[in-house]
Structure formats: C-alpha cells, structure tokens
Design a protein around this ligand. Structure first.
Ligand code: NDP
Length: 255
C-alpha cells in the first residue's frame, strides 16, 4: 500500500540527464529532497559540480558525471559509474534535450540529426544502459521528459515534435516490454516552462505575449511545478502505472 512519507525516496538512487540547469536541475533537487542519492549528467561539468557542492552543503551525497547522451560508451559509463558509486539504480530521468525553431525548408540535415540524436537516441541509450541493472533487479522507474509539442503542431518544431512524439511511443513500448520486470516507464509532457532553453523567447515581449495568449493559465510554468508529478512517477505511487504521459502545460492543449 502506498503511504505518504516525508522522504519517500530514502535509500533510492537516481540518475537525471540534462541536470546542469533548467528542468533537469530542478528535478534532480526534488529527488534529492525526497531522499534519493542523485547522479547528475550533462556535457558541462561545471554546472554539475555546482549541484554536487550544493547537495554536500545540505549534508547529501550526489555525483557529477559529465556525459553526452548521444554517445553510447559515455552513457554506459554514466550508468556503470552510478552503480559503482552508490550500489544500485532505482530511477532514471531522461531529461536532456535541445530545441530549434527552424522552418523545414531551412533546416539542414545536421540540425535535424542533432535534435533526434539528443532527444530520442539519448533516451534509448540511457534506458538501455539502465535496463542492464533494472531488469535483473526486477524493479525500476524510468521517467522520460517529452513535451506537449508532441501532441500539437507548431511551425518550426518539426524535428523537436518528431523527437518528442518518438519519446512517447518509446515510453509506451518499453512500459509493455518491461512491465513483467516490475519496471514502470512513464513520461511527463511539459508545456512552456521558464528555463534557459527559452530565455531568448522570454526576453522578447511580443513572443512572450504570444505564448501567454496560447496558455489558458496565462504564464510559463515554474520548474518546481514538475516536482510532484516526477515524485509520483519515481516512487511507489506508480507501481501499477506504466506507459502513461502526463501533460503539465497550464491547459495549453486542452483548448
Ligand atoms: P535547458 O536548455 O535549460 O537544459 C537542458 C539540459 O540538457 C542542460 O543541462 C544541457 O546541458 C543538457 N543537454 C543538452 N544536450 C545534451 C547532451 N547531448 N548530452 C547531455 N546533456 C545534454 O532545457 P530545459 O530544462 O528547458 O529542458 C529540459 C527538457 O525538458 C528537454 O528535454 C526539453 O525538451 C523538455 N521540455 C522543456 C520545456 C520548456 O518549456 N522548458 C517544455 C517541454 C519540454 P549541456 O548543454 O551542458 O549538455
């Protein structure tokens, strides 16, 4: 039976990719607040080191693993290194992502490939690497960060939307493939959240007005507003929930 506990992830170990800044950093903090030991991954080591220092100041153990999620060897090292350091792996949050808003006729194949490689191949690589531990352990939680742009058409977002729709399809498939091992695979699909990813957009008053008009709640989400949903999917509450995608977007796609 699920009970509400103050530190529901005490004793658990989590990996969060793309945790240097933005949503990943916020979610890594939420997992640590909930009691998990967290390994943070991204390409820029400095941002990861800052997270680890902040956690150490709070008396918590965390680990920084500079990783490019498109690199299969590096991703294997990330997962093996986490298990070597902390002895287990319970939660994987596939959050690393990049975006471009290029109209299709202007989009060069390199940019398309980069977006698909980071947002989709990265999710595949990290899930596969984590599965080498979760499947034998017959337990685990995989939380993939998709986007509400997988469910609506927005000009300029073809590669991004395709990658995130792929993440949702991957989530459903892996949920079914791994349900027999007691592993839950779910996704969060945020709408617009204020992070460095969209700092340029938010610096432009006209673009900001346009985004606000598209969102019934009339504002960007705050990164910490993902935490309750993440903790639901990372903890016991999702033991009988798998293959789902939760949309958190201020009502944008409910119109
Ligand atoms: P940010 O740009 O703020 O942060 C992205 C993080 O991903 C950084 O830590 C970055 O670090 C890391 N990253 C990028 N490329 C790679 C790579 N190849 N390997 C490892 N890490 C990488 O983005 P957000 O926090 O806004 O977005 C996080 C996720 O949420 C993304 O998947 C995004 O698509 C999704 N999302 C965001 C929304 C928003 O409005 N903010 C809305 C819907 C979905 P580094 O560059 O150092 O590698």
């Amino acid at each position: 039976m699920t009970t509400v506990r103050e530190r529901p992830l005490d004793g658990k170990v989590a990996i969060v990719t793309g945790a240097g800044r933005g949503l990943g950093r916020s979610m890594a903090g939420a997992l640590a607040d909930a009691g998990a030991r967290v390994c943070v991954a991204a390409r820029s080591g400095d941002e990861l080191d800052t997270f680890v220092r902040e956690q150490a100041d709070l008396g918590r153990e965390a680990l920084a693993c500079p990783t490019d999620v498109t690199d299969a060897e590096a991703v294997n090292r990330l997962v093996d290194g986490t298990v070597d350091a902390f002895g287990r792996l319970d939660v994987l949050v596939n959050n690393s992502g990049i975006v471009a808003t290029t109209p299709l006729l202007d989009q060069e194949p390199d940019e398309w490939d980069r977006i698909i490689a980071t947002n989709l191949r990265g999710v595949y690589l990290a899930t596969r690497a984590a599965g080498r531990y979760m499947v034998p352990a017959k337990s685990g939680k995989v939380v993939n960060i998709a986007s509400n742009h997988a469910m609506i058409g927005v000009p300029g977002f073809a590669a991004y939307a395709a990658s995130k729709a792929g993440v949702i399809a991957f989530t459903k498939t892996m949920a079914i493939e791994w349900a027999r091992y007691g592993i839950s695979v779910n996704a969060l699909a945020p709408g617009y959240f204020a992070t460095p990813l969209n700092a340029g957009l938010r610096a432009d008053p006209e673009l900001t007005r346009r985004v606000h008009r598209a969102i019934p709640a009339h504002r960007f989400g705050r990164p910490e507003e993902l935490a309750p949903w993440l903790l639901l999917l990372a903890g016991d509450a999702s033991d009988f929930m798998t293959g789902e995608t939760i949309v958190i977007d201020g009502g944008q796609i409910a119109r």
